[in-house]
Write a protein that binds this ligand. Structure first.
Ligand SMILES: Cc1cc2nc3c(=O)[nH]c(=O)nc-3n(C[C@H](O)[C@H](O)[C@H](O)COP(=O)(O)OP(=O)(O)OC[C@H]3O[C@@H](n4cnc5c(N)ncnc54)[C@H](O)[C@@H]3O)c2cc1C
Length: 455
């Protein structure tokens, strides 16, 4: 077992079964969990510093960890590592209404920050579907997105400044609390999305905005994929961008309906969900969105009149993840493509599903072109597992071939690592490794995530 500094010995998880539960996240991998690792549940920044000082001195790998909802295998333990879980650093230190920011610990749950901001009449944008569980530290480390990114952007659009503990234990501050600030390089931007490979986020200063109105929803049913994409394009061109624009394809609709009756027709090609939260104009916007979707070819459009109806229209979307999981194990893709290539991408995924004989429901954040094909397979059947992983690679390669990226919001983690070079090319990959070495010269931060461990 790796050794620990005296200060954090009382924070180490002693029970082997509990320790094992910290070795995994919400991703599916083919790699067995490690047997030789420690888990430290830090209580404060000094605990984090102590672990990073010790880890550097002993060349021990460190896996920073939040709520373990990673879909990319980013928070998984590796052999001989110290898992450094920071969920307990969950204080909201300040909500500054005048300056429009919150100062929070990395363990604050996304939804708790949203509620704290709302009680001050303010709003924090990023809303991963895991928002009731995932932490701000994890969101910063993955540059998390969510359902409302089409209007409000991703986590990087909301991070003003960070405190980061570096390997060796030095605490570093990046960014500015002021409304503007361009002194020096944008190291905040470098740390956002760095997936725990550079240091541990110990505090974040996050932008808050005036709260929008409560959103209303419209749901449109299409009998052709092209018409659904025409609907997405029409909504993207509207002068007032929706705050949510999600697509559910035919296979996803069937998965949801086999889980429970959420009112979707079994024979449709796709369903779009759209929302407005524009202050003073919500009902007017959703009525206009409904008309645009009908003009694009929707065969049926339902518009909510109040919050309860809005939630009812979203109910099928909310159970989707559980519905997929009820069908088997699931490899979660996260490809982001140009809006204009959405139909090509979805058709390409259908072809891959047929070629590899696997089920691949496609859903996701259509307004951003960020789709989550879910490769459903039988984990007890080696052949099914092989075909699923082949399809996993095919989908990312398809995404790249239409001008997209292998990951829009989940990160590379460990599961997409073999495809990063395909997207970046050898020169960029090498440059990024050199950049990592500036902060982490001994490569102790989250090894085997984003970049392969070099022999
Ligand atoms: C049902 C479900 C729905 C999801 N929906 C979305 C979605 O809509 N949008 C989206 O973007 N993601 C989504 N995700 C993925 C996941 O929730 C996000 O990636 C989230 O940001 C991870 O947060 P976490 O606290 O669970 O971090 P973890 O899973 O614990 O860690 C994720 C990564 O961040 C690093 N990390 C964690 N904390 C720190 C820290 N303090 N300092 C440095 N590095 C750190 C870890 O090393 C790891 O690389 C979903 C996941 C699930 C299970």
């Amino acid at each position: 077992m790796p050794t620990l500094p005296q200060r954090v010995v009382p924070r180490a998880v002693a029970d082997p079964d509990v320790r094992l539960s910290y070795a995994v996240d919400a991703s599916v991998t083919r790699t067995a969990s490690p047997t030789d690792f420690e888990v430290v549940r830090a209580r404060d920044v000094d605990d984090v510093v102590a672990v990073l000082e010790h880890a550097q001195a002993t060349r021990t790998p460190v896996v920073p960890q939040g709520a373990r909802t990673s879909r990319a295998g980013g928070a998984r333990a590796s052999e001989g590592c110290i898992v450094l879980n920071v969920e307990a650093l969950d204080a909201i230190h300040d909500v500054d209404e005048l300056e429009g920011y919150a100062v929070v610990g990395p363990g604050v749950v996304n939804a708790d920050l949203k509620r704290a901001a709302a009680s001050a009449g303010l709003f924090y944008g990023p809303d991963p579907a895991s928002w009731e569980t995932c932490t701000i530290g994890g969101n910063v480390a993955t540059n998390a997105g969510g359902l409302c990114c089409v209007k409000y952007g991703v986590t990087s659009d909301w991070v003003k400044a960070l405190q980061v503990a570096l390997p060796g234990g030095e605490l570093m501050r990046t960014g500015h609390r002021t409304a503007k600030g361009v002194a020096g390089y944008d190291l905040t931007g470098l740390f956002v999305g760095s997936e725990g490979t550079l240091g541990v986020v110990t505090e974040a200063v996050l932008r808050l905005e005036p709260a929008p109105d409560a959103a209303l929803t419209a749901l449109a049913v299409f009998d052709s994929l092209d018409a659904a994409v025409a609907g997405i394009v029409a909504l993207r061109r509207d002068a007032h961008r929706p705050c949510l624009l999600e697509i559910i394809d035919r296979s996803s609709v069937l998965a949801i309906q086999s889980f429970g009756d959420f009112g979707f027709p079994d024979d449709c090609a796709a369903v779009l969900l759209v929302q407005s939260d524009r202050p003073g104009h919500v009902a007017e916007d959703v009525a206009r969105y409904a008309a645009l979707l009908a003009s694009a070819g929707a065969v049926d459009v339902a518009v909510a009149d109040d919050a309860q109806e809005s939630e009812a229209l979203l109910a099928g979307r909310r159970v989707m993840s559980t519905a997929f999981e009820a069908m088997g194990a699931r490899l979660a893709e996260d490809v982001c493509v140009p809006i204009g290539r959405l139909a090509d991408f979805v058709r390409g995924v259908e072809a891959i599903a047929e070629r590899r004989s696997v089920l691949i429901p496609v859903s996701g954040h259509a307004g951003d072109g960020n789709l989550h094909p879910s490769i459903v397979h039988d984990p007890s059947d080696a052949d099914s597992v092989d075909r699923a992983w082949q399809a996993f690679g095919d989908v990312m390669e398809l995404g790249l071939s239409v001008g997209g990226t292998i990951t829009g919001e989940h990160g590379v983690g460990s599961v997409k690592l073999p495809w990063l070079g395909l997207e970046l090319g050898p020169a960029e990959l090498a440059r990024q490794r050199r950049l990592k070495a500036v902060f982490d010269p001994l490569e102790i931060m989250n090894p085997g995530k984003v970049f392969a461990v070099e022999a």
